[in-house]
Design a protein around this ligand. Structure first.
Ligand SMILES: [Zn+2]
Length: 230
């Protein structure tokens, strides 16, 4: 087993970030790092993810060079990220999205209860609650998590498969689970901004989607504020 020397550090990681004095979360491992505006290199000490910014005057073309985290074993990165994301998920846990970790820490599955009024048929008919399972794969964050409804009736939505699995669209390893749940909740609300009939998981729902996209009595079907963190 390869163990990074940096992963053994118990001190608060320090991130060096040009022209930034605010603490910043590493986009790869979600570790909150101190900022330091005296250095020109921004590197997460835990996973070594870094961005170098070059050029500081208005005439200079400022560009970023992204480095790959190369000094950390993937399973250690995943573990750290899951630990950090558990804390983030607990920050949004509440009445609208109820989040229960499953198994032992670092949790890679969660029971998620969305208390959102969701369309379940083209009539339309509705359900006020949807219980799902969030599953995080061994290859995370290189491979996307999955959200699947635990019980019928499943959401009737152009971006939900008819077997109850949410079609998340594109995956970016830098997307936090909090954001992932936010997007999922927005589809359950049938928010037009988060609905994509051009990438349909349920072709039978395309016509419903197009017929109702301007009918504000139907879409969105729920207007609760979805919790998130900055
Ligand atoms: Zn990191």
């Amino acid at each position: 087993m390869i163990v990074s020397k940096k992963s053994e550090s118990n001190t608060v990681p320090k991130i060096q970030l040009i022209k930034c004095s605010q603490p910043k979360k590493c986009p790869i491992c979600r570790t909150l790092c101190e900022a330091d505006d005296t250095e020109e290199i921004y590197v997460c000490v835990f996973c070594s993810f870094g961005i170098r910014k070059i050029g500081s005057s208005a005439n200079d073309a400022e560009h970023e060079e992204k480095n790959i985290y190369e000094h950390i074993a993937p399973h250690l990165l995943r573990q750290r990220r899951l630990e950090n994301e558990y804390l983030e998920l607990m920050m949004i846990n509440g009445d609208v999205i109820n989040i229960e970790p499953l198994g032992v820490a670092p949790h890679d599955s969660y029971k998620i209860i969305f208390k959102i009024r969701t369309i379940i048929s083209p009539i339309p008919t509705y359900e006020d609650l949807l219980e799902c399972t969030l599953t995080i794969p061994p290859e995370y964050p290189e491979v996307a998590p999955a959200i699947t409804a635990n019980n019928t009736p499943y959401p009737w939505h152009v971006n939900w498969f008819q077997n109850g699995r949410w079609c998340f669209g594109a995956w970016n390893r830098e997307e936090p689970l909090v954001s992932y749940l936010y997007r999922c909740a927005k589809t359950l609300q049938f928010d037009p901004v988060f609905t994509n009939p051009n990438d349909a998981a349920n072709n039978a729902a395309i016509a419903f989607c197009n017929d109702n996209e301007n009918n504000k009595n139907i879409i969105p079907c729920d207007k609760k504020t979805i919790p998130t963190i900055s």
